[in-house]
Design a protein around this ligand. Sequence first.
Ligand code: PLP
Length: 364
Amino acid sequence: MIPISKPDIGPAEEAAVLEVLRSGMLAMGTRTKAFEEAWASYCGVKHAVMMANGTVAQEAVLHGLGIGEGDEVITVSFSFNATVSVILRAGARPVFVDIREDDFNMDPAQVEAAITPRTRAIMPVHLYGLMADMAPLEDIARRHGLVIVEDAAQAHGAAYRGRKAGQFGPAMFSLYATKNLMTGEGGFATTDDDDVADRIRLFRNHGMRVRYYHESLGTNYKPGDLAAALGLAQLTRLDERTEQRRRNAAFLTAELSEDYLTPTVPEGRDHVWHQYVMRFPGERQRVIDGLTERGVGTLIYYPVPIHKQAYLQAYVPGAADLDLPVTNRLSDEVLAIPVHPKLSQDDLATIVRSVREVATPVAR
Ligand SMILES: Cc1ncc(COP(=O)(O)O)c(C=O)c1O
């Protein structure tokens, strides 16, 4: 089976983890600090705070911004559930806008109509490794005095007009095992704001600056140095792996775009291809079955949009009936095929051949 994702763990990762193991210092320490400095520098931001996972990193970002009870955050439903659960767990209300068909991301044209006196933030998701259309979002945020919070869980190193993810406002990156940069479980909160960073760090460690003196209510969202050591080793090869993803995506697009609905990259955006997501209207299950038979792994990101999830209805009454036509349609059509850097040329040829064998060419 050609898997949909495959972690690339080599001797450098093994050596880095072994060194921490042998040091006997497993809790958050020097490796975490080094990884945080390296990530902040990579993203071109002032602060990176590593945490146990991306979800809690985003909760800490909202806490750092003081977003909570009575506030609204404008976001999308076409994402992983954590995009929205963090808003709810902060006590705030998610307000959904639809996505655009060309980039699967927040449609800036719909944001202004969703703003109310309670709106505090706009949270775009850079889905699949492609940044949202940030220029109009920045313009709206500036005019309405709102903060942009980036869900960059899938967008390590992605850029918009030369500015990397993380440079548009406080952001979160996931380091989950399948991500372009991974530590098994882990996440980063990033920000240029010293005060926000300070509140995030305090929140991460029991509200404690001096050991056993707790100046604010916090919790334990700390990572361990084993994960940080793994991440540091991964980071040295992130750009190389991203380039391989780009070459793989370019091959798939060159081979398939004439006859199938392949992903597009709008002008000015550097895609990092966390996922290569095609659309198979009306025949997705047939395509999944056919590709599985031929040994090609696939995954639906995501089969049920967040506004239709069962639990959400109690928090946002009537959410399932919201008018989000593009989100609803694409949720029924999208399918990720493998694009990760461990694919061989043979794998890529098998993927292309298999898609051609099972999927119906679209009429143009
Ligand atoms: C878009 C998006 N947001 C949030 C998250 C949450 O990150 P984590 O799994 O590290 O908690 C993920 C990760 O799967 C994600 O893909």
